[in-house]
Design a protein around this ligand. Sequence first.
Ligand code: GLA
Length: 404
Amino acid sequence: MWVTPFFIGSARENEVMQKQELLQKFTELFGDSDGAEVYFAPGRVNLIGEHTDYNGGHVFPCALSVGTYAVARKRSDRVLRFYSLNFEDKGMIDSSLDELKPDPLADWTNYPKGVMWAFEQKGMEIPRGMDLMLYGTIPNGSGLSSSASVEVLMGFILRDFFGFDVSNEELAKIGQFSENQFNGVNCGIMDQFAIAMGKKDQAIFLDTRDLSYQYVPIRLDGVVLIITCSNIKRGLADSKYNERRSECESALGDLQQVIGIESLGDLTEKVFDSYAAAIHDETCRKRARHAVYENQRTIRAVDVLEKKDIDAFGQLMNESHRSLSEDYEVTGDVMDTLVQIQWQCEGVIGSRITGAGFGGCTVSLVKEEYTDLFQKQVSLEYTEKTGLKADFYVVEIGDGPKKL
Ligand code: GLA
């Protein structure tokens, strides 16, 4: 695997260095870099509002400064030549615009190909093939949305290459459509939206019912956001994700027999509690309870954050984790252990699992002066209790996709 050089200096200098390094690597792979352009799309972390986006609820994610870089250039024929510096063992994966169908052997290239397919489904024919090299700085399988990052990135490149008239919001929808229809994961809109619409130092409060949104500046005086990567493999995550989604749909179906709602996001906790008995299956009832309570928690969380009540925000993060553990059952023993360790650390204001679950990362609000101690303590105890090694990232909230 290609190892990232350690970049120091200003963000702008880093970008330039990154760009030259990437072009050089592209030249090694494709002969030269004439006509090649360099692009970037971020990853995302969700602060609160988990498994609410396919239930008509609210989410509160932000784009990260880590993400996926691409070097791409148009070809004169219909050939697609893809290479990832993160999966060098897979080598160059070749196909063509005439073969835009899911193929297990195509491995990670099913993501960019899915987006090409989605453009064509929406009536935007891709006239020429491309050479594409990707390099991701999002830790693998971390639940920080490396796939959505690739999807939005691909859409951004296609728009830039062929002048398609699509907004960033539409790029997000196309990314989600490709993931649902081409790659078979029934995800909501959160990841692609957070990535396509990301803004430096702002989180996005998004209502997934109608995609209305508001940027909320994340100015956390004396407090940092730390992502802890559990490094457990997210086995079967996709099928369990789809299962949760259908459990929620089944709960909604039962509720619609007794109350006129369009989605679980329409319900307050109180109304849900009074109709919950209409949901026949106990598991589905628990899933729906999480979706309803988490949505209301997210609305409250943004409200308290705007009032600068960071402690209340932290409490809501903790409640979110408990609900994901007990009602939604997407955490598992290891992630629960990790969060419990974090809750015990001095200086922690709140901590929870982030993303789809079944492994991945946690996000924690930590008083700045405890940043190092937090990492030391969590690292030690986590390894002691699970035998695994944790990785830490102090969150920098970055912009959406761009050409470098
Ligand atoms: C994954 C999905 C999102 C969202 C989260 C859970 O990241 O892609 O749409 O459902 O899980 O909040």
